[in-house]
Design a protein around this ligand. Structure first.
Ligand code: ASP
Ligand code: MG
Length: 419
């Protein structure tokens, strides 16, 4: 038997109580590699630190809140903070303080990747030490030394061959390990990140490189649902879906799993389980090559906070391949994901997640060549295996800005809250 990989997201390690829950889930397991995200909303809060830093605000206040949150959990778990975990936590914060003193002239993307990984460094130290303290022996691993990447900050690319050799050398059976999700080691000793919610991807990479038996992603939902309970009533759990279906769902914005996770698993035919950390004995959803039930139920994916951008060449030229490659070069440079797109003779429209800072920059860049129009406050609704009459009802009271359909999928860009 090989390793099994368990991935625990922020919600599953958000308090001392939830960390104890992880202890219950892994106890009696062997040959486990545990991939862990930052605790609770730490990544968002670290982003808040940087925001305050750039706005010349009081970022120390934000930092202290994050520090207190972690120290409090340490003291709940270990009785006090005067121990190795407490010290390594202090070190992480001392590093941030020192780093930000000299961060002013550096690129924002670089600074981001030198600060944000703190969340995973903290959570992995705490979890590893806690599990050791309750008898689940494990070794803490440093992803920065094992998962090597380029320096494409914010969404670094894995150097596959080198990393695979390091991982295979480091992880040897029989043993348990705890490692950070989401982060990697770039060139020149820089830290890198793999994209928001990237811990799933780390878990997929490790599963592939170690030819793992399976990957289990522990979530706060019973498995993969046919709709996001935040937006739809009475979602149904899917028992089995194929890799193909999973990747489509993730791509259209289902937040259940990071879209890059599936490929490394599919390539080695490694099953992926999505299970609830609140009900660990329930079956969850199995994602594998076999997905006979795929088309049985409609699946609804809702993505709020969208912007639709339309570009028309100022000189009335066609949207040909040359124009498209120019447009996509700019999108790539600004690390903007296209969630949906459509073109006509002299117009190219696409929908992307709203990030005001990126949007302003991209619009001024596009503005050099194109007339630019855009609409914010939109939502993207995608329905797989749709029943047309049903989805028409669903969007009846909304203004539809764009509709696209294939035999299996229908997509709408809608204006929010128009009654
Ligand atoms: N902590 C990172 C994030 O929140 C990575 C992850 O959770 O997967 O984006
Ligand atoms: Mg997270």
């Amino acid at each position: 038997m090989g390793f099994s990989i368990f991935k625990f997201g922020g919600a599953s390690v958000k308090s001392d109580e939830s960390i104890r829950g992880v202890g219950q889930i892994v106890k009696n397991k062997v040959d486990l590699i545990i991939v862990v995200s930052a605790m609770g909303k730490t990544t968002n809060q670290l982003e808040g630190v940087l925001k305050a830093f750039y706005a010349k605000g009081n970022f120390n206040e934000h930092l202290s809140a994050i520090k207190n949150y972690h120290l409090n959990i340490i003291s709940q778990l270990f009785g006090n903070v005067n121990n190795e975990v407490g010290e390594s936590c202090e070190k992480v914060f001392a590093y941030i303080d020192k780093y930000l003193l000299h961060a002013e002239g550096l690129s924002k993307d670089e600074v981001y990747d030198q600060i944000i990984p703190a969340g995973e460094l903290l959570s992995s130290k705490i979890l590893s030490a806690y599990l050791n303290s309750v008898g689940f022996e494990n070794q803490w691993l440093d992803a920065r030394k094992l998962l090597l990447t380029d320096n494409y900050y914010g969404r670094a690319h894995i150097k596959w061959k080198e990393s695979e050799a390091l991982i295979q050398e480091q992880c040897v059976l029989p043993k348990n390990y705890v490692i950070q999700g989401f982060i990697g080691g770039g060139e020149n000793n820089k830290m890198t990140t793999l994209g928001r919610e990237g811990s799933d991807y780390t878990a997929g990479i490790l599963a592939n490189m170690l030819n793992a038996e399976s990957l289990t992603v522990w979530k706060d939902v019973p498995g993969v649902l046919n709709a996001d309970p935040r937006y739809f009533n009475n979602p149904i759990k899917l028992d089995r879906i194929s890799y193909r279906e999973a990747v489509e769902l993730a791509y259209y914005g289902a937040t259940i799993i990071h879209p890059d996770t599936i490929k490394p698993l599919q390539n080695k035919n490694i099953p992926l389980w999505v299970k609830s950390f609140n009900h660990p004995n329930e079956k969850g959803t199995l994602i594998s090559s076999d997905g006979e039930l795929d088309s049985a139920k409609p699946i609804y994916i809702f993505k709020p906070n969208q912007v639709l951008i339309s570009l028309s060449p100022k000189d009335f030229s066609y949207i040909n391949e040359e124009q498209l490659s120019r447009i996509f070069k700019i999108l790539h440079d600004f690390k903007m994901d296209v969630n949906s797109m459509q073109n006509s003779a002299i117009n190219f429209s696409f929908c992307t997640d709203l990030n005001q800072e990126k949007l302003d920059k991209a619009i001024s860049e596009f503005g050099k060549l194109y007339r630019v129009f855009y609409n914010t406050n939109l939502e993207l609704l995608t329905v797989r295996h749709y029943i047309y009459e049903q989805v028409v009802q669903l969007v009846a009271h909304k203004e539809v800005l764009l509709e696209q359909k294939t035999r299996s999928t229908i997509k709408f860009v809608l204006r929010s809250n128009t009654e």
